[in-house]
Design a protein around this ligand. Structure first.
Ligand SMILES: O=C(O)CCC(=O)C(=O)O
Length: 264
């Protein structure tokens, strides 16, 4: 039976997302659309079109010490993807994507421009690893239940810094001592090491998409290949889950979608 356009995901896919905290959609975006997004990304990197975030500013282990140090201008994120180019807006507002998110969130969907809303790049040599964290750590919403959408513009695997997920970790209770001051899982604790051992790295190809819960623990390694990796990332909330007034989550605007309608 043909699935209605308003429900692109099967019941099994929805159940899998709730169980594992993430859902992989293979070949979700056409190669030509990915090529366009990659071409825009490369052009904006070459011209350093702002706003960019540099590895030196993120300051993770192994990052260049300053913008003027060797590798200091290695871009980590091209911020404001939505505002940057129509190709990113087209993807972020793709009706089938929005309908899928409505199935996962159980209501109409709103794109937050405050979080992710970027092209993440990971460069050889100066691109740094990201420790185990959940996206919700710096976000302020009524409920901690958002969905991040990660689109691979090229091949991603453990060798070039692909995402690693701990399945089901969006549902586990944690003791405050398990996290460090920046809300990363502390790597030296045996109970955390037991969690890390459950991590899985889905290998992604160009056009593959991962939808993951904002409480799901994930990490990513360095890029040991010779090629830059680029991924387009947006975050969505349900209509009934607004950002807390006065918070950073409320400060950058939003795009509301209605079932079967374009951005409004
Ligand atoms: O690509 C990475 O290093 C991980 C990015 C990530 O998980 C994040 O920024 O939330």
């Amino acid at each position: 039976m043909t699935k209605p356009a308003s429900a692109p995901l099967t019941a099994d896919q929805v159940a899998q997302f709730h169980q594992d905290g993430y859902l992989l959609l293979r070949g979700r975006v056409a190669p030509a659309d990915c090529e366009l997004m990659l071409a825009v990304t490369l052009d904006h990197l070459r011209r350093a079109v702002p706003p960019l975030e540099y590895e030196a500013e993120v300051g993770y282990d192994g990052a260049p010490a300053s913008l003027d140090a060797p590798g200091g201008r290695t871009a980590r994120r091209l911020r404001n993807a939505w505002q940057r180019d129509a190709c990113f807006r087209d993807w972020a507002s793709d009706p089938r994507l929005v309908a899928s998110l409505a199935q996962l969130l159980g209501e109409d969907v709103v794109l937050t421009l405050a979080h992710h809303n970027c092209v993440m790049t990971k460069h050889p040599d100066f691109g740094t690893a990201t420790g185990w964290h959940r996206d919700i750590r710096y976000w302020s919403f009524t409920r901690p239940d958002l969905v991040s959408v990660w689109l691979a513009l090229g091949h991603e695997d453990a060798d070039n810094g692909a995402l690693k997920f701990i399945p089901g970790s969006h549902r586990i209770p944690l003791a405050p001592g398990q996290m460090d001051a920046l809300d990363f899982l502390r790597p030296e604790l045996p109970e955390n090491q037991a969690l890390f051992a459950q991590g899985v790295t889905p290998v992604l190809e160009r056009g593959d998409v991962v939808l993951f819960h904002s409480k799901l623990f994930h990490s990513a390694g360095r890029n040991n290949s010779r090629d830059m990796k680029a991924s387009v990332v947006f975050a969505y909330r349900g209509k009934s889950n607004p950002p807390l007034p006065g918070s950073r989550s409320a400060a950058a605007g939003e795009i509301a979608f209605q079932e079967g309608a374009q951005a409004g």
